[in-house]
Design a protein around this ligand. Structure first.
Ligand SMILES: C[S@@+](CC[C@H](N)C(=O)[O-])C[C@H]1O[C@@H](n2cnc3c(N)ncnc32)[C@H](O)[C@@H]1O
Ligand SMILES: O=C(O)C(=O)C[C@]1(C(=O)O)C=C[C@@H](O)C=C1
Length: 241
């Protein structure tokens, strides 16, 4: 696995973060060392897939990157006539995702698409996963996507939404951010790497509060929702149609 040292040297100007070749190359190491509970979330997406699968359905992974969640879903689908659709608008990610999926054999067909998730039709879905991707959409576009997902889910279908979040409570917010930085330090990132990555993400990743997410899911029409994972300022939610 290639080590993420993208922000290790001082940069005169830190460019906006983007999912280019350089990031795609180190992504497994980057996400593992940056997102607390990432492995737990991926494994649980697998468990939730075996629980909520339905025959004759489509499964979506929106913002699939290298396909970690796609693979976890695919490994756990046994229902007849299932199809997976994995979507990402980074060419570097999609190319690697396709190669990655070919390494493991499966009878469940996967379509990997280079596209904007805002344009991806959602139809006949048993499960839709958006793992740490909604946070990269302009805030004004988030509700429309969640509404389209709701409409594209079958009755009993589920949305699994993982996000970094902020807290409206200033003290709590500072604490969770600080604990996240401590996690990064413990995983070998230097102060310089942490601060340059923060600058790179500042303009491109705008996290919502948990309340905003919960309200958005409710307004879309989901009959049931729960936070099933939280570690520091990272969480995953499940919403059922
Ligand atoms: C943090 S990564 C997602 C990680 C991945 N879901 C996983 O579980 O390993 C965010 C991904 O979303 C993609 N992305 C961001 N905005 C997008 C958009 N509008 N349409 C499609 N993909 C998008 C990026 O290219 C990137 O690969
Ligand atoms: O490194 C951070 O501080 C993050 O916010 C982590 C985060 C994410 O939440 O998606 C941001 C970008 C990288 O793609 C991987 C993880």
């Amino acid at each position: 696995m290639h080590k993420d040292d993208i922000f290790a040297e001082p940069l005169t100007q830190v460019p906006d973060f983007c999912f280019d070749d350089q990031v795609a190359e180190v992504f497994p190491d980057m996400i593992q060392r940056s997102v607390p509970g990432y492995q737990t979330i991926i494994q649980t997406i697998g468990k939730l897939t075996s629980r909520y699968q339905q025959p004759d359905s489509t499964y979506y992974d929106l913002g699939c990157s290298l396909g970690a969640a796609t693979l976890a879903m695919r490994r756990n689908i046994s229902a007849a006539n299932s199809t997976l659709v994995a979507v990402d608008n980074s060419k570097a990610m999609v190319e690697r995702c396709e190669r990655h999926l070919q390494v493991f054999r499966s009878d469940v067909p996967v379509q990997v698409k280079l596209a904007d998730i805002r344009q991806q039709p959602i139809e006949n879905a048993a499960i839709v996963v958006i793992n740490f991707t909604l946070q990269f959409l302009p805030q004004a576009d988030r509700s429309a996507l969640i509404q389209r997902i709701y409409q594209g889910l079958k009755p009993g279908g589920v949305l699994i939404l993982s996000e970094k979040f902020i807290s409206a409570d200033h003290t709590a917010n500072e604490l969770l951010i600080d604990l996240h930085y401590e996690f990064k330090r413990a995983n070998g990132y230097s102060e310089l790497e942490i601060s340059q990555k923060r600058s790179a993400l500042e303009n491109v990743m705008k996290p919502d509060t948990l309340q905003q997410h919960q309200q958005r899911l409710q307004q879309a029409g989901f009959s049931s929702q729960t936070l099933w994972f939280q570690c520091f300022n990272f969480c995953s939610m499940l919403a059922i149609k």
